[in-house]
Design a protein around this ligand. Structure first.
Ligand code: IPE
Ligand code: IPE
Ligand code: MG
Length: 255
C-alpha cells in the first residue's frame, strides 16, 4: 500500500505542491515592488538599470494577474518617502510611467485593462501626471483588470488628509462626531471604491509595510519573498496565489 508521500513522489511533486484553483482567486492583489536597486548592484549595474528591469516585471505581473482572473492589481511604485533619494534617481523614477505607457499602453487597451493612479498627485512633475492621465482617460471605459499605480502614495498622509476632510465637515456643522463611521473613513481614502487587498505581496526580502495601505491591509494575507522585483514573474505570482488559497481567513471569528 502506497502512503500519500510516496504517491506524491511518484507523481513528481512534493507533498506541499497544489494546483491553483480557479475559485478563491483574490480579487485585489497589492504588490510592494522592492529590490530593484539591490538586483542591479548584484550585477554591478547602476540602480536605474534595476528600475528599468522592474518595469518589465510590471508588465509580466499585469499580464499574469489578468490571466489568473485577479480584478484589481495595485502596484506600489513610489512612496511619499522616496523623495529622499538622490535627485537623479527620483527623476528617473518619475520618467518611468511615461516610458512604460509609451511601450505598453496599446496592449493594455487591447487587454481591456483599466489604468488608475492613487497618490498625492499634486507633487508629481507635469510630464508624469500627463502620461498617467492619458492612460487613465484612454482606458476609463475598459472593464477588465484594474491596474492601479500607487505613485507618490503614503498611507499616513492619506489618513491625515481623510481626517482633515471629515473634521472640516464636523466644523461646518454638516455632521457630528458621532456620525463618523468606518465606512466614512474607508470612502475618504485614496482607495475609495476599491475593495481592500486580499493579498499583499512584497518582494526584496524586507518584512515591513513602508507606509503602504495601513488601513486597507487590516485583514490582508501577506506573502513575502526574497526575490528582487526585476526577477518576479508569472510563476511567482502563481506561487503566492497557491499559498493564499491554503490560508484560512477568519477576520477574528472562528473557521
Ligand atoms: C523598489 O526598489 C523601487 C522603489 C522603491 C521606487 P528599490 O529602489 O527600493 O530597491 P532596493 O530596495 O534599494 O534594492
Ligand atoms: C517601498 O520600498 C516603496 C516602494 C516599493 C515604492 P522602499 O525601498 O522605499 O522601502 P524601505 O525604505 O526599504 O522601507
Ligand atoms: Mg527598497
Amino acid at each position: 500500500m502506497m502512503n500519500l508521500f510516496q504517491f506524491w513522489r511518484k507523481k513528481g511533486k512534493s507533498p506541499q505542491t497544489t494546483e491553483l484553483s480557479t475559485d478563491n482567486i483574490p480579487k485585489h492583489v497589492a504588490i510592494i515592488m522592492d529590490g530593484n536597486g539591490r538586483w542591479a548592484r548584484r550585477l554591478g549595474l547602476p540602480r536605474i538599470v534595476g528600475h528599468r528591469n522592474g518595469m518589465k516585471a510590471v508588465k509580466r505581473a499585469t499580464i499574469a494577474a489578468d490571466e489568473f482572473g485577479i480584478k484589481v492589481l495595485t502596484l506600489y511604485a513610489f512612496s511619499t518617502e522616496n523623495w529622499k533619494r538622490p535627485k537623479d534617481e527620483v527623476e528617473f523614477l518619475m520618467s518611468l510611467p511615461q516610458e512604460f505607457l509609451a511601450l505598453e499602453l496599446e496592449e493594455l487597451i487591447q487587454k481591456n485593462v483599466q489604468v488608475r493612479m492613487m497618490g498625492h498627485t499634486e507633487d508629481l512633475p507635469q510630464h508624469t501626471i500627463k502620461a498617467m492621465e492619458e492612460a487613465i482617460s484612454r482606458t476609463k471605459d475598459n472593464t477588465g483588470l484594474i491596474l492601479n499605480f500607487a505613485l507618490n502614495y503614503g498611507s499616513r498622509r492619506e489618513i491625515t488628509e481623510c481626517l482633515r476632510d471629515i473634521t472640516r465637515k464636523v466644523a461646518a456643522g454638516e455632521i457630528s462626531p458621532e456620525d463618523i463611521t468606518e465606512d466614512m473613513v474607508q470612502s475618504g481614502l485614496l482607495t475609495a471604491g476599491l475593495s481592500d487587498p486580499d493579498l499583499l505581496i512584497r518582494t526584496g526580502g524586507e518584512l515591513r509595510l513602508s507606509n503602504f495601505m495601513l488601513w486597507q491591509t487590516a485583514y490582508s494575507e501577506f506573502w513575502f519573498t526574497e526575490l528582487y522585483w526585476p526577477e518576479f514573474g508569472r510563476e511567482h505570482l502563481r506561487e503566492a496565489l497557491i499559498e493564499y488559497q491554503r490560508r484560512t481567513r477568519r477576520y477574528g471569528g472562528l473557521s
